[in-house]
Ligand binder design. Structure first.
Ligand code: ATP
Length: 298
């Protein structure tokens, strides 16, 4: 059962088509990255799912049901940085967050512990590092122990150590069984923490699925032999090879589907070419993303 299933969601602001016919499923237990450049519709999509905005057309289900208050209570949302009081401690700020959410104080110690803030819980918020501030924001989201977390750009504006802290926390929460949906334009971050990804561009869904299937698009193989020109020509005749180029003393051969290194080795031997080097490479999500968005733009 998907935690969230979107069917054909569209949304316009005046003449701006922010989302057009977006459909995808978020599996239970996944860390699901909604990825796209600025203005691609990520925040709009999360706003619709969290009931801040209404879709013009389309529908979605939460926990396989039409969304209602009961389902929404199982979702913790961080769409923008909360307005914590700078002079109050983390604990006091969480007391306020708990009161706003109409929840008791009994969960505060637990969420501080998860977010690694127990030691500093009585320090004023203004003394916190950027990473600690964001961890406190996530702690507030965790009050009431929601099963699903929706985080919009959780590492935005953080320095590298803050980014690493939030990444570790997201991993820890995922390991504890939470489903996490996070919007990001940081492809590298998505690649590091997400199990699944949906890529948006100008409000259109370009692709969605497990990160490894996105990354394995257009895999390539690096090979080398005594005569690389002969090797390049042979690879261009190899079934499924979409291109081959010589770079220095390496031949790079590209494939639409994941290539089989053993089959390539045996094929080259049959052609009388003895490989001195063979390495399967996967393109990074960033490269795949740029290719996908460029293909969509052309
Ligand atoms: N309230 C609004 N009124 C008019 N246009 C809007 C409004 N909110 C968003 N848009 C436009 O809708 C499109 C999608 O915006 P959205 O904020 O959802 O994208 P995003 O991917 O979250 O971008 P960012 O990474 O910059 O936050 C953009 O063209 C944006 O300018």
């Amino acid at each position: 059962m998907p935690i969230l299933s979107l069917q054909n969601i569209s949304k316009k602001y005046g003449t701006v088509q922010a989302l057009s016919g977006v459909s995808f499923d978020v599996p239970a237990g996944s860390v699901f990255g909604v990825l796209g450049p600025n203005g691609s519709g990520k925040t709009t999509l999360l706003g619709i799912v969290t009931d801040v905005l209404k879709a013009d057309t389309g529908s979605f289900t939460l926990f396989d049901k039409a969304p209602s208050a009961a389902e929404r209570r199982q979702i913790g949302t961080l769409l923008e940085t909360p307005n914590f009081y700078h002079y109050l401690s983390a604990y006091k700020n969480l007391e306020i967050s708990a009161a706003i959410k109409q929840r008791g104080k009994d969960d505060i110690a637990r969420v501080l512990e998860i977010c690694g803030l127990t030691q500093r819980q009585h320090s004023a918020f203004k003394t916190y590092s950027l990473g600690m501030k964001q961890r406190l924001a996530i702690a507030a989201v965790l009050l009431g122990d929601p099963d699903v977390l929706i985080l919009d750009e959780p590492t935005n504006g953080l320095d590298p150590s803050g980014i690493a802290e939030v990444r570790e926390l997201v991993r820890k929460l995922a390991d504890s069984g939470k489903t996490i949906i996070l919007a990001s334009h940081l492809l590298d971050e998505v690649e590091k923490v997400c199990t699944h990804v949906a890529i948006l561009r100008s409000g259109q869904l370009l692709l969605s699925g497990p990160v490894h299937t996105v990354i394995s698009r257009n895999d390539f193989v690096e090979l080398s032999a005594a005569d690389n020109t002969q090797l390049q020509a042979a690879m261009l005749r190899y079934p499924g090879c979409t291109g081959a180029e010589i770079q220095g003393n390496i031949v790079r051969a590209f494939f639409a589907e994941s290539p089989d290194a053993a089959a390539i080795n045996s094929y080259c031997a049959q052609q009388g070419i003895w490989l001195s080097y063979l390495q399967l490479r996967k393109k990074s999500l960033e490269t795949a993303f740029l290719e996908i968005t460029n293909i969509a733009a052309s």
